[in-house]
Design a protein around this ligand. Structure first.
Ligand code: SF4
Length: 346
């Protein structure tokens, strides 16, 4: 596209003092993708199937080492009952993620996904690029074979977690053991080529420069040009409580920084249709403002979330809370499914 923002222009926008003007420009871009004055939310559940992890990311308060007294792997029955609760609440999907467990081979995941699909009609938005690379490594099979086998067992789409900031200078500092930028992109590229849609995320405010942040947006935009496989982009700000990185990042992002970042993301990522404004890290009031700074979706009611909440984000929201903030911002609220389809829901 010829009139796309350049990386230099995006950097300038981050320093632009005209916050309201920036919001209006992002709102206009949002309208190009979503002309019908609708904003969406989803009812789903985050199931953290294990907290065992080998990566020791400095921003994470969730993981436990194998053998730790709080380490767990949920048995299938526990996962089934969480899925049943989700369906009982009107949910349409589950987001299932864990730490990078050193011993679970691909068969463990295949058995689980097959068992879920046999019992329930539910969308499985599961794993993440680092988890998929871990499964491939443990199982000794290629990335493409890993994704194809997981897809055939019931994986419907892949969340964009584990991206943090897609620049290896930052990754080396905050998540040294986790996959690098190229590996993260490769998982998503491979998934898209195999017909599996994914989302993209950005965890910003972890001590990166604005140039790192723009680099992150640029590699996502390029991959979207190549494959068109991202359904949505979900940015959130680093939560510092209980994390070792929190000792070095003294202050969390302000509301203004959140709104500015959201607006720049909408303007720069003009080829990603859905952009989420986060209540989980920003609270409902700032999330609502985000609907006028480029966001068209407020995410999930999050029946269960352990990763961000253990790092200090403790906001809660019911379905009616989300519908109310959407209406208050001047939009019609609509429930969506994981692939952002609304036609069959209220
Ligand atoms: S962020 Fe994920 S990969 Fe990193 S330590 Fe936490 S659970 Fe493990």
């Amino acid at each position: 596209m010829s009139n796309q923002l350049s990386t230099a222009e995006a950097l300038e926008l981050f320093s632009d003092q005209d916050l309201v003007g920036l919001g209006m420009a992002a709102d206009a871009m949002r309208r190009r993708h979503h002309p019908h004055n609708v904003a969406t939310y989803i009812i789903d559940r985050n199931i953290n199937y294990t907290n065992v992890c080998t990566e020791y990311c400095s921003f994470c308060a969730f993981y436990r080492a194998k053998g730790h007294k709080e380490a767990y792997v949920h048995p299938q029955e526990v996962i089934f009952s969480k899925i049943q609760e989700t369906l009982d609440m009107g949910g349409t999907g589950v987001l299932m993620q864990g730490g990078l467990h050193p011993d679970l081979p691909i068969e463990w995941y295949e058995d689980l996904f097959r068992a879920i699909k046999k019992k329930f009609t539910i969308h499985l938005h599961v794993l993440s690029a680092p988890e998929i690379l871990n499964i491939a490594q443990i199982s000794g099979i290629s990335l493409a074979d890993t994704i194809a086998r997981l897809r055939d067992a019931g994986m419907d789409s892949i969340p964009g977690a584990g991206a943090e900031i897609l620049h290896d200078e930052v990754r080396h500092r905050i998540a040294r053991l986790k996959c690098n930028t190229e590996e993260w992109l490769d998982v998503h590229r491979t998934a898209h080529k195999l017909g599996v849609r994914t989302t993209a995320t950005m965890m910003w405010g972890c001590g990166e420069t604005l140039a790192h942040r723009v680099h992150h947006l640029n590699v996502l935009r390029q991959l979207q040009e190549e494959t068109g496989g991202f359904t949505a982009f979900i940015p959130w700000s680093f939560q510092r409580d209980n994390t070792s990185l929190g000792r070095f990042v003294k202050e969390e992002a302000t509301s203004v920084e959140f709104l500015r970042t959201l607006a720049v993301c909408r303007l720069f990522l003009d080829n990603i249709v859905n952009i989420q404004t986060s209540w989980v890290t920003q609270g409902l009031k700032v999330c609502q403002l985000g609907l006028r700074f480029g966001g068209n979706d407020v995410g999930s009611i999050m029946m269960e979330e352990n990763v961000v909440s253990q790092a200090g984000a403790n906001f809660h929201a019911s379905e009616e809370d989300l519908r109310r903030i959407i209406r208050g911002a001047g939009f019609t609220p609509k429930q969506r499914d994981t692939l952002y389809r609304t036609y069959f829901l209220n």
